[in-house]
Design a binder for this molecule. Sequence first.
Ligand code: KG4
Ligand code: ZN
Length: 441
Amino acid sequence: MHLIVLPAEAAGSPAGTPPGKMASTLLPTLLPPVSRAAAFLLRTPPKPFRYHHSLFRSLLASASSPSTSPTPRALVTMACAAIPTRRDLLMLGIETSCDDTAAAVVRGDGEILSQAIASQSDLLVKWGGVAPKMAEEAHALAIDQVVQKALDDANVSESDLSAVAVTIGPGLSLCLRVGVHKARKIAKVFGLPIVGVHHMEAHALVSRLVNKDLDYPFLALLISGGHNLLVLAQNLGEYVQLGTTIDDAIGEAYDKSARWLGLDIQKGGGPALEELALEGDPNSINFTVPMRQHKDCNFSYAGLKTPVRLAIESRNLCTDDIPISSATEEDRQLRANIAASFQRIAVLHLEDRCQRAVEWALKMRPSIKNFVVSGGVASNQYVRTRLNHIAEKNGLQLVSPPPSLCTDNGVMIAWTGIEHFVPGRFEDPPPADEPDDMQVT
Ligand code: KG4
Ligand code: ZN
C-alpha cells in the first residue's frame, strides 16, 4: 500500500473533524495527486471495497470511539493509507461491439486476472458475416456466462470491483446495448462507477498495458474489421486523426477475399487468408496499390476487392462450390497466389500511408519514439513484419500487442477503463431505481 504521510497541521485540520468529512474536505488541498477515482472510493461506499475500505472503516471506527480516538496526524496518515493505489484497482471490462462477447478482470497495474470470450464464429460461417440481429441474440445468450467466468477465473466477486468499463462504441448498436445493459446492471446493484470506452481507443491503449514504457506522444495504426485509423496520440483522450478509410477497412477486404477464395472462415477470414498466402507467390498477380496519387494518409480497400474477385473468376476457380479443402493441388496453388498477391498489395497500401503518417507525426511531435500497431489485422505476422520495417527505417520502436490482445477482447476495455478511471473520468453508479432494460443511447 502506498503511504503518504503529511502532518495534520499542514492541512490546517481541526482536531476532531469527522473522518468522512475530513477525507472529502482535505483531499483537494492535502493530496493534490489524488484523483476523482480515489475520492470516489474514499466516500462511504455502498458495498465494502475489499482492498482499501477495510482501512477506511477502521478509521471510522476508531474516530467514533473517544477512548481510542487517533491524533489528527494519525487520522491523516490513516486517511492517506486508505487511498487506493493504482495497483489496488480492479476493473471489469465488457466488450460486445461486434461478434465476440468478451469480458476480463484487470488490476490497476496491468495484471490480467482473467479473460473470457464467446465467439460467434458459427454464425459468421452461416451468415457469411455479422448479422446484427443474430449477433445481438448471441451476445444476450452469452453475456451472463462470460462475465461470470471472468469474475470466477479472477477469483473475485462484483463487490471487489472498483468499477465496470464497457464498450459504448463504435459498433453495432444492438450489440453494444447488450454489454451496456449488463455493465449498468452490475454497477447499479454494487454501487460501482462506470467507464464508457471507445473501442478503437481501447485497441490503441492496450499497448500501454503490454509495454509499460510506452508514453505519449505516439503514433498508432489501428486496423480492424470496420476501421483503418492513423492517429497521433498526444495524451490520454487527445488524439489527432491523420488518416482514416474512405470506404472499407482492411479487415473487411481480408474477410471478403477469404470467403471468395472458398477458405474455411471458422477461425476468421483474415487468419485463413494469411495462412494460405504462405503457400503462394506474392508477385504472381499485379494488383494495383490503392490511392498512390493521393498524397495523404487515408485508406481505400473497396477498390482492391473487385480485382480479387476478377482474378478468381478469370481463372475459372469454382470457389463457391469447391472449398479449399477439396481443391486440386493446382487449384489450391492458384488460390494461394491470389491470397499472397492480395496480401502484398493490401499491406503495401498500409506501408505507404504509415510512412507518410510517420513523417507528419514526427513534424508535429519530434519526440515520438513509438509506433503502435493494433486491432484484429495487427495479429497478422506479415503485417507486423512489414510495419516493423517502417518503424525501424524511421528510428521508431514498433509496439504491437500479442495477437490475442489485438483482436477484440475484454482486457483492452478493462485496461482503458483503468486509464480513464484513474484521472477521474467515469460516471457515477446508476440510480438504484434505474430499470434494467432502460433505453441507452
Ligand atoms: O479488431 P477486431 O477483432 O474486430 C473489429 O473491431 O472489427 O478485427 C477483426 C478483423 C477481421 O476482419 C479479421 O478477419 C481480421 O481482423 N483479422 C486478421 C487476422 N486476424 C484477424 N486479418 C488478417 N490477418 C489476421 N491474422
Ligand atoms: Zn476491434
